[in-house]
Design a protein around this ligand. Sequence first.
Ligand code: BG6
Length: 470
Amino acid sequence: MDYKHIRTTPADALVIFGVTGDLAHKMIFPALYAMAKRGLLNVPVVGVASSPWTLAQLHKRVRDSIRQAGKIDDRAALDCLLSQLQYVSGDYNDPSTFGALKQKLGAARRPAHYLAIPPALFATVIKNLGTSGLAKQARVIVEKPFGRDLASARELNRIALSVFAEDSIFRIDHYLGKEAIMNILYFRFANSFLEPIWNRDNVASVQITLAEDFGVKERGAFYESAGCLRDVIQNHLFQIVALLAMEPPAFQGFGAVHNEKAKVFQAMRPLVPGDVVRGQYTGYRKEPGVAKKSDVETFCALRLFIDSWRWAGVPWYLRSGKFMASTAAEVMVELKPPPQKLFNDSHPANGRSNYLRFRLSPNSAIALAARVKCDGKAFVGEQRELYLLDEHHGAELPYERLLCDAMAGDGALFSREDAVEAAWAVVDPVLDTHAPVHPYKPGSWGPRQADALIAADGSWNNPIMVKTKK
Ligand code: BG6
């Protein structure tokens, strides 16, 4: 399956709404720089934001962003990026901002508008792009979270579709552009040994952990409107679940992948409060932009069921948190033990039976754990991992890949409307109905109530941090 099947005309300009913000600084400028290094940045880039900045200020911000992400190691690429960059400052509610943007776009006729702005502003900008005539032949790239619940996602889809066609709307989830996550799809369906065991007969449970050893940093205000469930679970972790749980695509091409992923979300059982444990690190309420009595979760663990033929009865445990003991993301697919206990040693100390482990970040690896006999007369063994390490030196950054794809009109690695809404339908019942957050210590693995959630099926796999070579 070649995902680079591009049949559309490429965009002839990139517009970044929210160009002075955190996302642009952290992700978008490094991605544009990487594109320039590969010779792929050959259209004007117009930044839009409300701050009354000069172009020189924006240039400074770009340099600073690239230095923070690595280093400036290609002057010509940096010059190329800076020379393409223009700036429009104005209020997103004011039609004259869009008039000024139109002027800056000059001869460009097929811009890609990237909304790197707070979700509450998406609808305003999309509507104004429509009324100002800037949506014709254009594309719109929307950052997650797409909506903040099922109703708002539907409403946002309605507004977006009143201005843009579905194939011109690119809902970004940068996890879909990560090598290790694309490899889940490949590994599952490019090999034949997995399929016979990849079901409820052989899989005991699946766990996914996305842990970060830092807090909300300067994003307190955003986080207050989102929380962990909306920020990473309903999107990043659910996308991983979909790739792990989906049926084989019926034909080559990403339309089939989208169909199968949407079915997984549709088969997920809507959550009830007892499936969810929310936590908050101590000190969060003192972060800038955070309410003194905030009940927003910085940690969330949940138990999920996919009521499909393949997965009925298999629990899926998802967990993510800020200020945890390490920064790492990992999937653990635990297999059922053999039907008979022939050796007295067959229950390892940590109680885990054979498993398949996908390490997703910061490095990427796949490990298959199996028991092997130790030396000696006695039939005593230990569980060891067959380990497949992948290094991705020089791989495209997720945002680089996804921006290039959106500009080329290739929606393979983006989320489809029906899938986004089906994913919201799963979390919707617990967005407002839940127990208060449990406090946890920064640097821990979250509140102990999360251990109780998984206890019936074992214990959490705590992925350790490893240093990656740059
Ligand atoms: C973002 C979330 O979408 O993903 C952040 O808003 C989170 O809160 C980030 O830190 C994690 O992405 P990555 O690529 O660093 O694992």
